[in-house]
Design a protein around this ligand. Structure first.
Ligand code: NDP
Length: 442
């Protein structure tokens, strides 16, 4: 049986895990580790960061199937927000029914920078010329720093420079950029190591040959990564989107309008993108990647033309009844390096994903982002976001007032059916009534 035919939400947690074993996603040890909820041990946490006192848990779940480039992916997601996986699964189902999404990595290069200051205006041409003429040697020097990366087919690819800032308004900087192919690693540490070697070499030569006052301010990767882009797209038959009393075509038309709104209104664009990040962060986190880097890079990219805009865009062709979605994201992800290899949960999650390459992971992230956005927009422009959200939030409310095990589902259902406004007091009262009835029975 394939993962897509199982209604996982109706299974117990143990049965869900066992079915992943039967489908070949997990081995027996991994299943046991999940059943025992053995995430990150305190001992390992203590090795990973300073002043550790333990590890912080998040719910881990999965989307059973998303088709990306005709291949099925089961997608692990770590998130505390009740509706995220339900929405991603719903959006994925619609995309899958229409043949899945297509995704492509156009480039996968990490960019780093070294900033210099203290030069005079008349030095500027010489600085540029110096680097231009020395490019091949500098690239070779960069690659000597990390021969193992070169041996894997990666390494420093381009060097280019610019001047930023005005001396009249403070300081003028000479900035050297380096693009690096970090292969399967995100590459932040590798990049920083290379840049520091180049920085020391360059500042010494600038001081010696151009101006002794020149200083290097810093050398570090940039989390703005427009040289590492992935695009995912999909086409959906409008008639499959009906809901909230609207025909499918009307919903599709309204999704296209919602997409336009996110291009012109910053308030909407921010929430549009937050919904997209619900999916991206959950998958990036589950695979042990640096989600702060991903967040920073994506938001910078969303405002690349000076206006902050929605990342995913949708258009509707009424005649063909086709809704087309597309998203382009800058992503610097790894399947090795950082804490990925050390985190046992990240390793299990990479197995669940089928051990993707870093570029494949970029494509899955972009596909998931589209699915997440489709589900959010469809709910928003059809029945409204609260209909789906609240039934899941009621479970949180039940937990907040102290419901245990089976009480949670029963109380959540009672809150959903309530004819009077829901509040914590109401939840407490219903829970007390439920317990009193239970005591009467026993
Ligand atoms: P690492 O420093 O761990 O370097 C990558 C490691 O992966 C190397 O040890 C390399 O081995 C190994 N490796 C094994 N197989 C491959 C392969 N196929 N391709 C590439 N490398 C391979 O990690 P990164 O350089 O990726 O840095 C990521 C970390 O840096 C993250 O933890 C991130 O949070 C952090 N960071 C982020 C910053 C930011 O975003 N601003 C700033 C500073 C750090 P070998 O050495 O043999 O080549």
């Amino acid at each position: 049986m394939s993962s897509k035919r199982i209604n996982y939400s109706k299974l117990s947690r143990e049965d869900r895990i066992q079915s992943l074993v039967q489908l070949g996603y997990l081995n027996a040890d991994q299943a046991q580790s999940l059943i025992n909820n053995q995430g990150l041990s305190a001992q390992l946490a203590d090795q990973m960061i300073e002043n550790a006192v333990g590890s912080y848990g998040l719910p881990l779940g999965f989307v059973p199937q998303l088709i990306v480039n005709h291949q099925d992916y089961l997608i692990p997601m770590a998130t505390e927000e009740a509706s995220v996986i339900a929405a991603a699964s719903f959006g994925s189902q619609i995309i899958n029914r229409n043949g899945g999404c297509q995704a492509e990595v156009t480039q996968s290069l990490l960019t780093g920078q070294i900033a210099f200051y203290g030069f005079d205006p008349q030095d500027e041409d010489r600085l540029t010329e110096f680097v231009n003429q020395d490019q091949d040697r500098l690239l070779a020097l960069a690659n000597q720093v990390k021969p193992s990366l070169l041996a894997r087919g990666g390494g420093a690819r381009h060097i280019y420079t610019t001047f930023k800032g005005e001396a009249s308004q403070g300081t003028r900087f000479f900035i050297l950029y380096l693009d690096l192919d970090s292969q399967e690693a995100m590459g932040a540490n590798t990049m920083n190591t290379i840049l520091e070697v180049l920085k020391d070499e360059l500042v010494a030569r600038f001081q010696d040959q151009i101006n002794p006052e020149i200083q290097a301010l810093m050398a570090i990767l940039s989390n703005y990564s427009p040289q590492s882009l992935v695009t995912a797209s999909c086409q959906i038959k409008g008639r499959q989107l009906k809901g909230g009393g609207l025909k499918g075509g009307q919903v599709a038309q309204r999704i296209a309008l919602a997409s336009q709104l996110a291009q012109v209104d910053r308030y909407r664009a921010t929430t549009h993108n937050k919904g997209i990040m619900n999916g991206i962060d959950a998958l990036v986190l589950a695979t042990g990647n640096d989600w702060r880097a991903v967040e920073a890079g994506i938001h910078a990219y969303a405002s690349q033309d000076g206006h902050y805009r929605g990342l995913a865009q949708w258009s509707y062709d009424g005649e063909a009844d086709l809704l087309t979605g597309q998203i382009t994201l800058p992503l610097t992800l790894g399947t090795v390096g950082g804490s990925i290899a050390n985190h046992p949960q990240a390793q299990i999650n990479l197995d669940l994903l089928g051990r993707p390459t870093s570029q494949e992971l970029m494509m899955v992230v972009a596909g998931l982002a589209l699915a997440q956005n489709l589900a959010a927009l469809r709910a928003l422009v059809a029945e409204g976001i609260q209909a789906g959200h609240m039934s899941l939030q009621y479970r949180n409310l039940a937990l907040q007032v102290g419901a245990q095990d089976q009480e949670v589902a029963e109380l959540a259902q009672a809150l959903k059916d309530s004819q009077i406004p829901v509040s914590q007091d109401l939840a407490r009262q219903i829970l007390a009534d439920m317990r009193a009835k239970q005591e009467d029975k026993s």
